[in-house]
Design a protein around this ligand. Structure first.
Ligand SMILES: Nc1nc2c(ncn2[C@@H]2O[C@H](COP(=O)(O)OP(=O)(O)OP(=O)(O)O)[C@@H](O)[C@H]2O)c(=O)[nH]1
Ligand SMILES: [Mg+2]
Length: 195
C-alpha cells in the first residue's frame, strides 16, 4: 500500500480516523519483528543488531534456530484497519536486558498482542505479567514454529494462566492474514472490555 493520503481524504470527507497504539510483545525470538513486518503497510522501522559472541551465556538462543539478529529498541509499523481506525504498532525488544525500555514504549498504548512460541511458552510469562499489572488489555497470538500445533488452545490458556476472557489465536504470524486476524481480535477485545 505504501504512503498515501487516504487518511487525509477520509478525514476531509468525514471525521478523521482514530489513531491508536498497540504493542507487539512476547519473549525473545517469538516473532515480534516478523509480525510487524508482515502486517505494516509502510516499510517498518527496525532496530536490529547482530547477536554477538559477547551475548553468549546472556541471551538464551536455544530454540530460536538460525536467528542471528535481535531488536534492541523497537519495531514500528502502521496499518489502516478501516476508514475510522489507524493502528500504530510498536514491537518491543525481547531480551530481558532491554526490558527497561518497555516502560517508555507502553506509554499511551491502548492494547497489546503477546506472541508466544509453543515450544517456549515460559518466555512470554514476563509480557503477560507486564500487561496484567498495568491493566492493559491484550490478546495472545501463538506462533506455530516448525508447523507445530501440538498444543490446544485450552492447554495454552492453562499453561499461561490466562484469564478466561483473554482471546488466544493460533497460526503462522508470518502470514499477513493471520496477523491481521490477531489485531482484529484485539480490536474486538478492546471494544468488549470498554463496553
Ligand atoms: N516457523 C515459523 N517461524 C517463524 C514464525 N514467525 C517468525 N518466525 C521466524 O522466527 C524468527 C523470529 O524472529 P523475530 O521476528 O526477529 O523475533 P523477535 O520476537 O522480534 O525477536 P527479538 O526482537 O530478538 O526478541 C524469524 O527467523 C522468523 O522468520 C512462524 O510463525 N513460524
Ligand atoms: Mg524483534
Amino acid at each position: 500500500m505504501g504512503y498515501d493520503d487516504s487518511d487525509r481524504r477520509d478525514g476531509a470527507a468525514g471525521s478523521a480516523p482514530t489513531a491508536v497504539k498497540f504493542l507487539i510483545a512476547g519473549g525473545f525470538g517469538v516473532g515480534k519483528t516478523t509480525m510487524v513486518a508482515a502486517i505494516s503497510e509502510v516499510k517498518p522501522l527496525r532496530t536490529e543488531e547482530y547477536l554477538t559472541v559477547a551475548s553468549v551465556g546472556v541471551d538464551d538462543v536455544a530454540g530460536v534456530g538460525d536467528k542471528n539478529t535481535t531488536t534492541v529498541a523497537m519495531d514500528f509499523g502502521r496499518i489502516t484497519v478501516s476508514s475510522e481506525l489507524v493502528v500504530y504498532l510498536f514491537g518491543t525488544p525481547g531480551q530481558e536486558r532491554f526490558w527497561f525500555m518497555w516502560d517508555d514504549l507502553v506509554h499511551g498504548a491502548l492494547g497489546a498482542v503477546v506472541i508466544a512460541d509453543t515450544r517456549r511458552l515460559a518466555s512470554s510469562f514476563g509480557s503477560i505479567d507486564f500487561f496484567e499489572n498495568r491493566g492493559i488489555p491484550f490478546v495472545v497470538g501463538v506462533n506455530s514454529f516448525d508447523g507445530r500445533q501440538d498444543r490446544t488452545v485450552p492447554e495454552i490458556r492453562e499453561a499461561l494462566d490466562l484469564d478466561p476472557q483473554v482471546p488466544v489465536l493460533m497460526g503462522d504470524l508470518r502470514q499477513r492474514s493471520v496477523s491481521r486476524d490477531v489485531l482484529l481480535a484485539l480490536v474486538d477485545h478492546l471494544e468488549s472490555v470498554h463496553s
